[in-house]
Design a protein around this ligand. Sequence first.
Ligand code: XMP
Length: 486
Amino acid sequence: MITDQKILGEGLGFDDVLLVPQRSSIRSRFSGEISTAARVVRGVPEIQIPILSANMDTVTGWKMATTMALGGAFGVIHRFMSIEEQVKEVRRVKERMRVMEDHPPVIPASATIADARRLLRERERGYVIVHAGESFNGSFLGIATPRDFDAGASDTPLDQIMTPLERMWTVPPGTTLEGAVDVMKQRRIEKIPIVDEAGHLVGVYTMKDHEYYQHYPHASLDAKGRLLVGAAIGVQEGDIERALRLVEAEVDVLVLDIAHGELDYTQEILRRLKITERVTTPIAAGNVATIDGARYVRDCGADGVKVGVGPGYVCETRDVAGVGIPQITAILNAAKAFQNDQERIPIIGDGGIRKPGDVAKAIAAGADTIMIGSLLAGTEESPGEAVEQDGILKKMVRGMASASAFEKRRALGESTTSAEDYVPEGRTTFTPYKGKASKVLKKLRGGLLSGMSYSNARSISEMHEHAQFVIVKNPLGPEQRRPLQS
Ligand code: XMP
């Protein structure tokens, strides 16, 4: 009797299952018949590649998040930095491109070339809007670009070197980006202000933004055509302030980052943010691995659930705490938890992906997207430099519960526990340098398309419906699993 109650069943990891080949009418996985578009969380536009880069400090900063979103995936910026730094990183991603610039860098005509250069560095733009008086009220005098700066010394006032409004081409409000591009091409100009009848600046279109859209047709974009980005928050008192500042910076998704998402904290933080602070930005929460865990997070009001307790490459939770659920079972549990929901919240399968086939398996089990840490840690875009070890270029990857990450968290005031008392549940290691993250994305998406084609699934929801598994009696334990070679 006791044994029946104690043992809840068997758990399946990625290597314990294989997808069953199905009768399929899909001609080819390359024919464009399959869509991998997926929901990250409730309330955010779909992305084209169902992959999220993990909120780990050796995986996702602004560079990784930008690359992920440009390629059609999604990045979650880690939280192991000051609020100011994290806000800055989110802003950098959001500032990368937009259909129309409605907050251009503005500067008074009395400011100097040196002032304008400083503003451009801050805002990472190629022009400034020059206005009369001290504050900008919509009316403007002209535009100045770095090319104009060459015409004067650094203390020259901008009104002496700018291109004045009378000599500029403009378009009226309502003009599309494509319409504006036609004018810019005809006039051989790089940017064009949108100006209303009263002479007020409504926004600016640039050729650069247009080129981004051409170059990255699958980019993950918000309603204003800016890259989507997520950011992690914790459960300390200061994290409410962190969340509010990130929301102000227009982050698209907040990710409540707790190793054990079934804590009371999840409910407290979600209540405070959603009810007291009236935050409308979607919030994903986790991590959970059981049916009850997934329902708890959903009932706390989360807009997405992060699933995975212990499957990560640098995780040691299973060894140290003896806790975990193999990842296929964990995802199946979340899918079961929501199976009768009218509008089920998306499931993020977090951790354990070592090979492209694991992505297809995670999605077949019910995940909408998967989150990846170590496979992306060795890429050009992950934070940190590559180092040479035994003649091989490598990059560091560390668990966020590792001893070295804990040192950093202590320095940030996140914990008062002493280093001697801390018991790490993560490790630090080095992973071979893999070049561009887009290469990893391509490989993972390729595997997913193939898995979907074998499963006769033209969409992620068809994959959820059609895919079936067989259980493999795997002679290799999880420790022997081979990581993906680049
Ligand atoms: P992969 O396998 O893609 O997994 O590297 C990434 C996920 O691992 C989790 N993570 C940890 N889990 N101790 C843990 O038990 C840690 O120190 C740790 N650091 C990261 C996290 O969910 C991440 O997304």
